[in-house]
Design a protein around this ligand. Structure first.
Ligand code: MN
Ligand code: MN
Length: 293
C-alpha cells in the first residue's frame, strides 16, 4: 500500500478517535442523543475530517443503524447501553469506530465486547482466514457466557466504500478467504445477553446513493445530487435533508422504490436484550496498524 494512502487512513483514524473520545464525554444520564450526534459530527469537521456516515447512537436492544432525526426527543438514561458509532474519511479513506457507554458504569457485557475486539485485532494478520477470526472472537463471548450476534459483521473498507465486499463475521464460520497485506478492515463484535441475532425494526433513518434515476421533482433531484456529491455516495442521515417531514418522507419513499437510494433499517436484537459493540479500523500490514485506537 502506498505511503500516502496509509497516511490518509491514519489521519482519518486519529480524527475518529478524537471525535469518539469527545462523544463519550457527552454520554450522560439525561443527555439528548440528537445533541451528541450533532456535536460529534461538528467535531469531525472541526478536526479536518469528512463525515463517512451519520453518527449512530443505538441504545440497548437496538444494535445498530439508529441515528437521531430532526427534533428527536430521545434522552439517554443511566442504565442504557449507548453505542456510539462514527465514521471519518480523508479523501475517501475511512475510519470506522464504535464504543459502548453505560452512564451507570461499565459491566461484563461491555467488557466482553471490548475483549472480543481485542482478540480479533490481536489475531488479524496476512494469512489468517476470515473464518478463523470469527471463531477467535466468538470464543471470548462464550467465555463470558454471552452470545456473539450471528448476523452482524465487520467489513472490508475501500476508498469511498464503507462495506467493501468481505464481511468479518463474529462467529465461527467456514469462510476460507485469506486476509492479505494491504487490506483494510473494520472489526466490530456485538455481544448480547439475549438470543444472539438482530432483525429489521422501525423506519429507516440512514440511506445511501445507489444510482441516478430520471425523476422530475426538483427536491428529489436535489436529494440525489447531495447524496452523490456532498455525501460522497456514502451513507447519509434523514436529518441531514432540510425539508419538511412529510415531503421528506414522500420523496425518500419514491427514491427507494426506484432503487436510487438504499435504506438501512434500524437493527434490533430479536429477544429485546441489550447489545454491546466495540469497533476499530485496522490496516493489515506485516505489522497491522489500528488507526482508531
Ligand atoms: Mn461502525
Ligand atoms: Mn463498521
Amino acid at each position: 500500500m502506498e505511503k500516502e494512502i496509509i497516511e490518509k487512513y491514519v489521519k482519518a483514524g486519529l480524527i475518529a478517535k478524537q471525535a469518539r473520545e469527545y462523544g463519550v464525554k457527552l454520554i450522560k444520564d439525561g443527555a439528548r442523543a440528537l445533541d451528541i450526534a450533532e456535536a460529534v459530527e461538528r467535531k469531525i469537521r472541526e478536526l479536518g475530517g469528512e463525515i463517512a456516515f451519520p453518527t449512530n447512537i443505538s441504545i440497548n436492544d437496538l444494535a445498530a443503524h439508529y441515528t437521531p432525526i430532526q427534533n428527536d426527543p430521545l434522552i439517554i438514561k443511566n442504565e442504557d447501553y449507548v453505542k456510539l458509532d462514527l465514521g471519518v474519511h480523508i479523501d475517501g479513506y475511512i475510519a470506522d469506530t464504535a464504543i459502548t457507554i453505560r452512564p451507570a458504569g461499565k459491566d461484563k457485557l461491555i467488557e466482553c465486547s471490548e475483549k472480543m475486539l481485542e482478540a480479533g485485532l490481536n489475531a488479524i494478520k496476512p494469512g489468517i482466514t476470515l473464518g478463523e477470526i470469527g471463531e477467535i472472537i466468538e470464543n471470548i463471548a462464550k467465555q463470558y457466557g454471552f452470545k456473539s450476534i450471528i448476523n452482524l459483521s465487520g467489513h472490508g473498507l475501500d476508498k469511498f466504500n464503507l462495506h467493501a465486499g468481505k464481511l468479518v463475521y463474529n462467529v465461527k464460520n467456514n469462510n476460507k478467504y485469506i486476509i492479505k497485506e494491504g487490506e483494510v478492515y473494520a472489526i466490530e463484535p456485538f455481544c448480547t445477553t439475549g438470543a444472539g441475532s438482530v432483525k429489521d425494526s422501525g423506519k429507516a433513518l440512514i440511506f445511501k446513493f445507489m444510482k441516478d434515476v430520471p425523476i422530475r421533482n426538483p427536491d428529489a433531484r436535489k436529494i440525489l445530487e447531495l447524496a452523490k456529491t456532498k455525501w460522497f455516495g456514502l451513507p447519509f442521515a434523514r436529518r441531514w435533508i432540510k425539508l419538511s417531514t412529510i415531503k421528506k418522507e414522500f420523496l425518500l419513499k419514491q427514491l427507494i422504490s426506484m432503487n436510487a437510494i438504499h435504506a438501512y433499517l434500524p437493527l434490533r436484537e430479536v429477544s429485546n436484550a441489550p447489545v454491546a459493540q466495540t469497533e476499530h479500523t485496522v490496516i493489515v500490514l506485516e505489522k497491522p496498524i489500528i488507526t482508531t485506537i
